[in-house]
Design a protein around this ligand. Structure first.
Ligand code: FAD
Ligand code: GLY
Length: 380
């Protein structure tokens, strides 16, 4: 016999997306909310991330995805302030900005193109010479050729963000159910009525899937999930350093460095199509160390104090997957945030909470909805 509980909203997946959606629903007055997490809350991609908020360094044109990134970025000040008020946890929103650098001719050409389309589109981008870069960050390699400065590409301490969202849930009566894998959505006459797994059945009027890289393991009424989402592994290192050694995020062609308030410097990240393997490898460490050395030679003297890998959730086109599936009511998808789920969490949460509360369908559900996959499958 399965134990069963009933909720207004069941959120499957307790990463940054699931937790941020839970908070937004509670702020709208939804009462019985549960987050079911197959392992420990907030310990997958969202924990592995670097916490960069990079609408300008991580987008390639002034398209819907860029606008989605910027609109979510625009919520971060308020998100950080509210979380501090609500939980007492400072998520260390750091507004120092990002240096985007070239160390070889090919990257310098890319920088020229990037500057052209970004400045044409009115984005916050400054072209900076090698001398200017080294006066901003004296430890950058003298081999730097040139770069861009993005004053509006920031960072947060993503592990503190997860801690704050979890504390919000605990303080506000959101049920957190750990070690609870629910892979089967309960389908009754076109309605999703919750989800179940081994020994557990969670009934709900609305179900939100925030299952990250594991989304393709979800079944709907015995059928496989119609939208493939795959894991893209990212390995990271963390150096011990003195606070202030670097102040800005340094984003180079082969990797990035993210200085934290306590002095730690994160070095990331590989992008590997390696299934669900989360091992840190000698090759991965070597590539991260050499990218760090190329940008900031002084990292060669720093001790590595932590290394890890996480799985970015990626859909076929690399874009988020948001909203409903045609023909199924009571189901809301929020996944495939790939390289930018920390940046996109505040706006994703607002969009999904509004959809659950039937307050309207965001333009971003139209842009990043599930139909782009289901229609292609039906017609192909
Ligand atoms: P996750 O954090 O993976 O959470 C999904 C959760 O769902 C997991 O805890 C999982 O256990 C649970 N789950 C899955 N299936 C089930 C089930 N059937 N039942 C119950 N629970 C289930 N983004 C940025 O914005 N900035 C960055 O600087 C950045 N850097 C990154 C660096 C690395 C190395 C990596 C790996 C990612 C990075 N990202 C970054 C991307 C970001 O981490 C992800 O886009 C984001 O964390 C996705 O959040 P999520 O909640 O969807 O996934
Ligand atoms: N956005 C950084 C990463 O995914 O590695």
């Amino acid at each position: 016999m399965k134990s069963s509980n009933r909720y207004d909203v069941l959120i499957v997946g307790g990463g940054v997306i699931g937790l941020a959606v839970a908070r937004e629903l509670r702020k709208k007055g939804v009462r019985r909310i549960a987050v079911a997490e197959r392992g420990e809350i907030g310990k997958e991609a969202s924990f592995a991330a670097a916490g960069m908020l990079l609408p300008h360094a991580e987008t390639n044109e002034a398209d819907d995805f860029y606008r989605f990134c910027m609109d979510s970025f625009g919520l971060y000040d308020e998100f950080a302030t509210e979380l501090l008020d609500e939980t007492g946890i400072d998520i260390e929103l750091d507004r120092e900005g990002t240096l985007y650098l070239a160390f070889d001719e090919k990257s310098a050409v890319e920088i020229g193109h990037r500057f052209a389309w970004q400045s044409r589109s009115g984005m916050g981008v400054e072209r900076v010479s090698a001398r200017e870069i080294r006066s901003m960050e004296p430890l950058i390699s003298p081999n730097v050729l040139e770069g861009l400065f993005f004053p509006n590409d920031w960072q947060v301490e993503n592990r503190k963000l997860l801690a704050a969202l979890l504390k919000y849930a605990e303080l506000n009566g959101i049920s957190i159910i750990e070690n609870c894998e629910v892979n089967e959505l309960i389908l009754e006459s076109g309605n999703i009525r919750g989800a179940e797994g081994k020994g557990v059945k969670l009934l709900a009027d609305n179900t939100v899937l925030a299952t990250g890289a594991w989304t393709s393991f979800i079944n709907i009424g015995g059928e496989p999930f119609p939208i493939p989402v795959k894991p893209m592994k990212g390995q990271m290192l963390c150096f011990r350093a003195e606070p202030g050694m670097l102040r800005k995020v340094v984003f180079g062609p082969n990797g990035y460095l993210v200085p934290r308030a306590d002095g730690r410097i994160l070095a990331g990240a590989t992008v590997e199509d390696a299934g669900f393997d989360k091992a840190v490898t000698a090759d991965g460490v070597e590539s991260l160390r050499s990218a760090a050395l190329e940008a900031v030679p002084a990292t060669g003297n720093l001790e590595v104090i932590e290394s890890w890998a996480g799985l970015r959730p990626m859909a076929g086109d690399g874009l988020p997957v948001l909203g409903d599936i045609e023909g199924l009511s009571g189901l809301h998808i929020a996944t495939a945030h790939f390289r930018n789920g920390i940046l996109l969490a505040p706006l994703t949460a607002k969009i999904i909470a509004a959809a659950v509360c039937a307050e309207g369908r965001s333009e971003y559900i139209r842009a990043f909805g599930t139909r782009r996959f289901t229609t292609a499958a039906a017609s192909g």
